[in-house]
Structure formats: C-alpha cells, structure tokens
Design a protein around this ligand. Structure first.
Ligand SMILES: C/C(=C\CNc1ncnc2c1ncn2[C@@H]1O[C@H](COP(=O)(O)O)[C@@H](O)[C@H]1O)CO
Length: 266
C-alpha cells in the first residue's frame, strides 16, 4: 500500500486498487486482515465453502498429479478381515501392484483396507482417499499416500481423474453409487471410455439379472450399455481385463484418428 498527497488530494494504492480523497477506506487491508474481532458467521456461508472446496481440489491435484498409472478400487466398508471377500480384496490389490498400477481406494476399513494391504505388501503404491464422516474414522494403516476429503464430489473427481480403470468388489450403497457413477460417466462420454470391472460373479449375478430384465427390457439402457461393465472372478483376470480394454480403446482411438485425417469419403 502506498499513500501520497497528489496535489491536495490524498491517494492510496492498495494492491491493484486506487482510492482518492473521501473514497480512501478508514483502515488498510492488512489492518482488516490482522484484526480478529468482528462477527464470525461468514465461516459458515457458501462463499467461504466455495473457497474450501477450491482448496480441496488444489490439495487433491497436488497429491495425485504425479501418480503413475493407477486403478481405483471400490468395495464394502463393512467386510471383516479373515473373510473370503477380504482375502479377495487383498489378492486384487496385490495383482494390481504386481502389474505396476498404483491402487486408489476410499482409504477406509473393510474391502478398502484389504485392497490397500494387498497392494502395499506386494510392493505397489497404495493410495487412500478418505471422506469425513459423522463418526470418528482414520485412514487404514496400509496407505502410502492419502488425503481425507470434506466433500464427496471433490473426492469422486479424484478417483475418476487419476485412474485408468475402476474395479468394483462386493459392497453396499456406497459401492453401488461409485459403480453407477462410473457407468454413467462412460455411457455419457463424460470420460474417455475406461474399463469398469466387477469382481465376484456370484455376488453381482442378481444385479446383472435386474439390469437386463428391468433396464434393458424396458429400453432404459441400450444393448451396448451392457458392455460398459465386465464381470470376472479371478484377481489375475482383473488385470488382464483392464489391459485388454486399454488395448481395445487405443486401437479404436487410432482408427478414429486415421479416419479423421483421411478426410470425408468421396
Ligand atoms: C461404515 C464404516 C466405515 C465407513 N467409512 C468409509 N471410509 C471411506 N470410504 C467409505 C466409507 N464408507 C463408504 N465409503 C465409500 O463407499 C464405498 C463403500 O460403501 P459401502 O456402502 O460399504 O459399500 C467405498 O468404496 C468408499 O469409497 C464402518 O466402519
């Protein structure tokens, strides 16, 4: 801030702003910043929340932007260690790590913990993107890099932006929300097509049947929408399915680019 007499009139430059005469505020920006007194309601207002949301995006991009090729894995928060589904999660995490993928989960207990454990113990990079919940919870202990988000939608952006595939293990409402969000993003071309792989054909059979009989038969989805999601059983198949899908996607992309550069047919 500079203040000078310009002829008789006072001038104050405050950053890019210029004030003259009567318009000069009674206090400086620093004085207002450093003054702790005054009402505090603004911390609970939407404009302030917008800044917090912005800072969450900045922190998330900062944490994840240099992540190597990664896969997001979703699954129940309630599966217990020692159960067959927990062991399935450990194996899926290990296979992804052995294939060189970083593994991203919701950072919580159950399946998320199982997958992070498998990935970490197999020497992979294990990432957890947690969410603030009304009850106390911390990131599981098998995470190399993690962040706890305030806002679900910011966290969801990170899963999509920083992974090359989604893997979905058995789970409840949270897992189904993540699965159908991924399917919708691919269906509407909001993301470049990427593989969505469900693990556990027995677990997913009921949902598959319902999607076919209620959604497809009532023409609420198109027949090719059924191909957006693949179902496998063996953890090794998860990696094979992702790799194969990536090759297919790259081939189709090349074909499209070649057709575009050849110009319109005569
Ligand atoms: C309910 C319990 C813990 C909840 N903790 C969570 N931490 C992190 N992420 C979570 C949590 N709960 C749900 N999620 C997200 O949804 C998916 C699991 O939800 P589901 O309803 O259990 O299927 C998971 O992929 C997370 O991204 C018990 O301690």
């Amino acid at each position: 801030m500079t203040e000078e007499a310009h002829g008789k009139e006072q001038v104050r430059n405050a950053g890019p702003l210029t004030y003259r005469g009567e318009s000069i505020p009674g206090t400086t920006t620093d004085q207002r910043l450093l003054d702790r007194r005054g009402p505090t309601d603004w911390v609970h207002t939407d404009p302030w929340r917008v800044l917090r949301i912005q800072s969450e995006f900045v922190e998330g991009f900062g944490l994840l932007s240099e992540l190597p090729s990664a896969v997001s894995v979703f699954g129940s928060a309630r599966i217990k260690p020692g159960t067959r589904y927990y062991e399935l999660g450990v194996e899926v995490g290990a296979k992804l790590a052995e294939a060189g993928y970083a593994t991203i989960t919701g950072g919580g207990p159950g399946m998320m913990e199982a997958v992070n454990k498998g990935a970490k113990e197999a020497g992979g990079l294990s990432v957890g993107l947690g969410i603030e919940l009304p009850f106390e919870q911390s990131l599981n202990p098998y995470i190399d890099m993690g962040m706890t988000f305030r806002y679900f939608f910011v966290r969801k952006t990170m899963f999509v932006k920083y992974s090359q595939a989604f893997v979905v293990l058995p789970g409840g409402f949270g897992t189904l929300d993540e699965l159908f969000e991924a399917a919708t993003l691919v269906q509407t071309n909001k993301v470049t097509r990427f593989p969505v792989v469900l693990v556990g054909s027995e677990f997913w059979a009921g949902m598959e049947r319902w999607v076919r009989e209620s959604l497809l038969e009532n023409e609420l989805i198109k027949p090719h929408d059924m191909d957006l999601v693949r179902v496998v059983d063996d953890p090794a198949e998860v990696v094979e399915t992702i790799k194969k899908a990536h090759i297919d996607i790259a081939r189709k992309q090349n074909e499209r680019e070649r057709a575009e550069s050849a110009g319109p047919e005569q």
